[in-house]
Design a protein. Structure first.
Lengths: 178, 248
């Protein structure tokens, strides 16, 4: 597409991209670097962007791929290599939780956000794309370069992990107070 | 027992709007009948709502937004302060253009007159009508220029008439008379005052030195007279007085 339109189309996504970047990196400086690099890459590649396709998903993908190869992204991935073990534990935990205990009150919102920040980055990003950006499974599959089946299973595991963290805030605060 | 075995993932997909219509209908029906799944849906919705708060949780700094905006802008100088600088640049251009148009015009009037004088003298045929007789020269111009003028009687003066020719200044026709004072040549250029392009020259017939020339200009009878030559100002002034008297 004509680069003339890039500013017009891409600037409205600025807040979303920054929010996502900050959630992924957990740091303002890293988030700014990530967003800046994303815009630079998107501008460069804008000619190849097909009109009518989803610019938001396209830019999220650039941001996400840029993040993966960044310093903070590599660090985040190395700490989340326990994914499989956690998944099993998470799956078991989810079954033992009674639905009643999962009814979250509004004051629990901060707890959910804290838990989100603690999740491994691949869970965090898929939850942000699904719940915050409200992308469809197909769009998420595009952004993350995954088959749609993997998107569904990962999303399920991400939700279970999040629940588990939200259910155990007392344990976390005990850790912090020690 | 429900067809999907009260699967939380299916409920989540239902809430994500990712189930086909017919399946979504079944689930809706099931939720109304199964308290466990109803509670589960409630929990999922609550979590979705809480997660929605992650939207806009981090807001970019305004300076950072400007930085990116500038980085991706096709026209690198956007933004209000930069737009203002465009205005200043445009004003400067207009100002320069005005000075350019106005100022050199003053000089140009002189240059063009001087060019006419010099080119006449340099020409193999400096004049189109060769005559020392004013009664020959004056009628020659009739019908060639859209006005008439008088040539002074030079009998008993040190000046002689060499002749005349048609000249154009800024596309307006005029008469050029060439007089001789000893070895010096003096041009008298006459235009209609309304079309006279050389109005920037000093009025009043006062002789002025410009470069190596002496030049004077004045208006009379709706005519514009310009006298240019390399004669001394006092001699030039004598000729000017003669012409003025003849055209009063």
């Amino acid at each position: 597409m004509d680069p003339e339109f890039f500013e017009q189309l891409a600037m409205p996504l600025f807040d979303s991209l920054y929010n996502l970047a900050h959630w992924l990196t957990g740091d303002r400086v890293d988030a700014e670097d990530l967003v800046q690099e994303t815009y630079a890459k998107a501008l460069k590649g804008f000619k190849s962007f097909q009109e009518g396709t989803n610019l938001r998903a396209w830019m999220f993908r650039i941001l996400r791929n840029t993040f993966l190869t960044s310093r903070s992204g590599l660090a985040a991935r190395s700490t989340s290599s326990l994914e499989d073990e956690e998944e099993e534990a998470g799956a078991l935990a989810a079954h033992s939780i009674t639905p009643e205990s999962l009814l979250l009150r509004s004051e629990d919102r901060q707890r959910v956000l804290d838990a989100l920040a603690e999740l491994p980055v691949h869970y965090r990003e898929i939850l942000l794309l699904c719940e915050v950006e409200e992308l469809s499974y197909r769009e998420i599959a595009d952004v993350l370069s995954l088959p749609i089946g993997t998107v569904m299973s990962r999303l399920s595991r991400a939700r279970n992990s999040l629940r588990r963290l939200v259910e155990m805030p007392s344990m976390r605060s005990q850790h912090e107070s020690v | 027992m429900s067809p999907f075995d009260c699967d939380t993932d299916v409920l989540a997909q239902y809430l994500d709007g990712e189930l086909p219509l017919d399946q979504a209908g079944h689930i809706r029906q099931h939720i109304s009948e199964c308290p466990r799944c109803a509670a589960e849906v409630g929990a999922l919705i609550s979590m979705k709502r809480s997660l929605r708060a992650a939207d806009g949780h981090f807001t970019p700094a305004p300076e950072f937004r400007r930085k990116i905006q500038q980085q991706i802008s096709r026209r690198p100088h956007r933004g209000w302060d930069l737009r203002l600088s465009w205005v200043f640049a445009a004003l400067a251009v207009v100002l320069i253009a005005l000075v350019w148009l106005e100022h050199p015009r003053h000089a140009d009037a002189f240059t063009e007159v001087a060019d006419l004088h010099v080119s006449a003298l340099a020409s193999a045929n400096p004049v189109d009508v060769v005559s020392t007789d004013r009664h020959t020269v004056k009628p020659w111009f009739a019908g060639r220029i859209p006005f008439s003028f008088n040539i002074p009687e030079l009998q008993g003066t040190e000046f002689t008439l060499l002749g005349g020719r048609i000249v154009y200044l800024d596309q307006h026709p005029g008469a050029q008379l060439i007089f001789a004072y000893k070895q010096h040549k003096i041009s008298v250029l006459i235009f209609r005052q309304s079309s006279a392009p050389a109005n920037e020259l000093t009025d009043g017939g006062k002789v002025e030195k410009r470069n190596t020339f002496n030049i004077a200009a004045w208006n009379e009878q709706n005519l514009r007279f310009i006298v240019i030559g390399d004669t001394a100002p006092t001699e030039m002034d004598k000729l000017i007085q003669l012409i003025k008297t003849a055209n009063e």
